[in-house]
Design a protein around this ligand. Structure first.
Ligand code: IMP
Ligand code: MG
Length: 401
């Protein structure tokens, strides 16, 4: 039985990682769920009978499971205001919630959010960032001017000097600095119970036999090195980033799971080679798949494309997935033909799969489509999502053993 999992988005994010992170945590009684990249630019959703739809930007979705400790890895950039709000939301669901925030993680400050929007507007070709401040916070990190979680616990004058440098670097003024000085004192208090050494905690736990789920954010084609630079996010999103972003050797991971959607979506600018030009078809999928970004500062429809076979091959090469989890097959309902550019056209389906428990309950054309995805990626599909709810999953992995 696998004990340590990494779950990443195989293409441009929004594949439904949140659901599978939560599923794997519940299914395996995970001891720990770890985020290792990005920050509040992510949006991870779960839908449950009991609590309805819950959306996280900072915490891994497994946080809702009693008994699963959340770890925010050193590779993240953390917006404390979002984090503190999410802690409240989780506590209402899971009163015993335990959290460890790596002391080396960087902070996203309000000045980073302002700078994110301004810098993107000033570019000749905008990237269409989420404007959540991630890029500027990672820039400060690379420039070695960033403010880390542990810096909140420095002497006031030391901390204020650091804040002042960050405000200046990001084009802020004295009001920004005053606001930040106040906020930083509040964060120092409110975060103090959670700050620690994430790498030490997770490594020790794995050595003792703990079950751990690493939760990626964004997707492989948004990875700063392996994505379509410059239309990428500012962190590494690939499974190997658990090494840098959580301080855990990727070889300690048993199963690397790529979450792939039955079609492609992209928010922001940059290439979407299989973009569907027929707006009627695109809108049909967008509506059924609820493909709208509900961001920190912006709300926008996602761009829709057919499954990008070339992108998936690239992704599978870089990530060497043990298996895939496929989502949103139901959003393609009602299409006569489904295209996979470069591969061919396949017959569509129109079926209610919301109660399907095995592959036998899926239409033949859907099963053929899933096999084609396996051919393209060169690995098996181990998990099939049959709807938005956490328990709507066909788990094929038991058949392999
Ligand atoms: P940033 O991460 O906000 O700097 O945005 C950089 C690019 O990554 C933009 O195209 C964003 O739309 C995209 N992006 C960032 N986070 C996500 C995500 O969680 N899902 C999908 N796209 C994302
Ligand atoms: Mg998302």
């Amino acid at each position: 039985m696998a004990k340590v999992y990494t779950v990443v988005g195989a293409l441009w994010g929004d594949e439904g990682k949140g659901k599978f992170v939560n599923y794997l945590c519940n299914r395996n009684n995970a001891d720990i769920a770890v985020r290792f990249n990005g920050g509040s630019n992510a949006g991870h959703c779960i839908h449950t009978e009991e609590f309805g739809t819950v959306m996280f930007r900072t915490l891994p979705t497994g946080s809702t499971r009693p008994g699963t400790t959340a770890v925010l890895g050193n590779g993240m950039v953390i917006d404390p205001e979002f984090l503190l709000k999410e802690i409240k939301v989780v506590r209402a669901i899971n009163p015993d919630f335990k959290l460890l925030v790596d002391k080396r993680a960087h902070l996203v400050l309000p000045i980073h959010q302002k700078a994110d929007g301004n810098q993107d507007d000033e570019r000749k070709q905008s990237i269409g960032t989420t404007r959540s401040g991630n890029g500027p916070a990672y820039s400060d990190k690379a420039f070695r001017a960033g403010v880390r979680v542990q810096d909140l616990y420095r002497l006031n004058w030391e901390l204020d000097n650091m804040l002042s440098a960050v405000v200046m670097r990001n084009g802020g003024g004295v009001e920004d600095l005053r606001e930040l000085e106040k906020l930083s004192r509040k964060w120092r208090e409110e975060l103090s119970d959670y700050v620690g050494d994430g790498s030490a905690h997770v490594n020790d736990a794995i050595s003792e036999g703990a079950t751990v789920v690493f939760a990626g954010a964004q997707g492989v084609l948004l990875d700063i090195d392996h994505g379509d630079y410059p239309f990428v996010t500012s962190s590494n999103c690939i499974p190997a980033a658990v090494g840098t972003g959580a301080g855990v050797d990727p070889r300690r991971v048993d199963d690397v799971v790529g979450v792939v959607k039955a079609y492609s979506t992209r928010i922001g600018e940059g290439p979407l080679p299989t973009e569907i030009r027929d707006e009627e078809v695109a809108e049909h999928i967008r509506r059924q798949g609820n493909e709208y970004e509900i961001g920190v500062h912006i709300h926008r429809p996602r761009r829709i494309g057919w499954l990008d076979a070339e992108g998936l091959r690239r992704s599978a090469r870089v990530c060497n997935y043990d298996y895939l989890a496929i989502t949103l097959l139901d959003a393609l309902n009602g299409l006569e033909r489904i295209e996979i550019p470069g591969v061919g056209t396949m017959p569509g389906w129109d079926a209610d799969i919301s109660k399907a428990k095995s592959m036998d309950d899926l239409p033949t054309s859907m099963c053929e489509y899933i096999s084609e995805v396996e051919n393209i990626a060169g690995c098996r599909v181990g998990l099939v999502s049959t709807g938005p709810h956490t328990d709507q999953v066909i788990d094929l992995r038991s058949e392999w053993r």
